[in-house]
Write a protein that binds this ligand. Structure first.
Ligand code: AMP
Length: 378
């Protein structure tokens, strides 16, 4: 039976979900309040506000299952949808990951350590939190923050007033600043019947708190690998999660610290489109429809390079064997994710050569070098 999958949010994630789901014969309907939402170029787009239940009723009537490309959909909207259609992941899972305090509290409950943290609702709280967490520390909004938005790094006590000035007035969380060795993520999927699969661990590099590059698979200590996957699984089971999600972790002194969970397909899983037999996007579609999950093993080595603000020339990427280009069809704007490229190879050596050529041709050595360094030292 052909199903129609409704997606709340019409950005690049919805676009890649629709592209991945099309060969399975299913249809998509995307709802977004922007008339030029980029998923609208590949799937029907309903322009509506999240809180406007009139048009959302029309959306709910046309779909068999609803999912999200964006975690900040209002909880009331997700709840309301459950009275009209099936919704995956469930709204409770969504609301935990919308709030950094609830999220970190849950991490602690499932045995995942986190950077020291403290809730902050007033300047007095902030002063006490600085004493508890100590400096340096990162002040973050509890809700609606992503890609480093809504964050302030405090290095000395005299930063307290400026941090409060910038972010005060909404619920906040102060976290210890972690001098991590690396940032990694577990992208995983859980089916409607409770089957759990995970992609190989991915290492991530950020520039200005926005993902710049991802590498997978990575060589990590077996115990770290085992613990990261066990925590992701425990999280999914605790939330009765259905679909793909990402757990972002810091590796610090041989310890794993939970940073955040994204209740959706994730930027650090884009490499799975060409780097595995069944991408995170296809597996999400399979999961929400109750279909068997696909193979998550890596096909060789993959690197994803994010294009932020402007698209470079595609030619050097396309000239590489197993070089793949993704233009999201979005208007270029500073800081905006508008595309990515993935390079795959059978061996680490081959991948290094491809990255070196691409880095030189695009004048992007700074973006590729940290990845090359890790590949050289494996
Ligand atoms: P977030 O939106 O919380 O994922 O933060 C974006 C990025 O900021 C992370 O991927 C890290 O590179 C950096 N970051 C966030 N929290 C911390 C922290 N507590 N210590 C050090 N770096 C952090």
């Amino acid at each position: 039976m052909v199903a129609t999958i409704g997606i709340l949010g019409g950005g690049q994630l919805a676009r890649m979900l629709a592209i991945a789901g099309a060969p399975l014969g299913h249809k998509f309907l995307v709802v977004d309040n922007a008339e030029d939402a980029c998923a609208g170029q590949v799937a029907p787009l309903l322009q509506a506000d999240w809180r406007d239940f009139g048009p959302l009723q029309g959306f709910a009537d046309q779909i068999d299952v609803a999912t999200f490309d964006f975690e900040n959909v209002p909880a009331e909207t997700a709840e309301w949808l459950t009275t009209h259609t099936r919704v995956f992941p469930n709204p409770a899972a969504l609301s935990v990951s919308q709030d950094r305090l609830l999220e970190k509290t849950l991490f602690a409950e499932i045995g995942l350590e986190t950077p020291e943290f403290s809730a902050v609702d007033s300047i007095q709280d902030l002063r006490q939190a600085v004493d508890k967490v100590s400096l340096p520390a990162v002040l973050k909004t509890r809700r609606l923050g992503y890609d480093g938005k809504g964050q302030f790094i405090l290095r000395q006590h005299s930063d307290i007033d400026a941090a409060w000035e910038k972010l005060g007035g909404v619920p906040l969380i102060l976290e210890a600043f972690v001098n991590f060795e690396s940032e990694i993520s577990v992208v995983a999927v859980r089916s409607r019947s409770g089957e759990f699969r995970h992609y190989p661990l991915t290492r991530n590099w950020h520039q200005n708190a926005v993902l710049s590059a991802s590498l997978a698979p990575i060589v990590v200590d077996e115990e770290i690998q085992r613990r990261a996957v066990a925590r992701a699984r425990a999280l999914a089971e605790r939330l009765d999660y259905v679909g793909v999600f990402a757990l972002e972790l810091f590796v610090c002194d041989g310890q794993l610290l939970g940073n955040e969970m994204a209740p959706r397909v994730h930027n650090s899983g884009h490499w799975t489109i060409e780097g595995t037999a069944c991408s995170q996007f296809e597996n999400h579609v399979r999961a929400v429809l109750g279909l068997p999950l696909g193979d998550t093993q890596a096909l060789g080595h993959s690197v994803m390079l994010n294009w932020i603000g402007e698209l470079p020339d595609a030619t050097p990427i396309l000239a590489e064997a197993r070089g793949h280009w993704h233009d999201y069809g979005k208007a270029a704007r500073p800081g905006r994710k508008i595309g990515h490229a993935t390079l795959c190879a059978d061996s680490a050596e081959e991948l290094i050569e491809r990255l070196q050529r691409v880095g030189r041709a695009l004048d992007r050595e700074a973006q590729v070098q940290p990845v090359i360094d890790v590949l050289m030292n494996r």
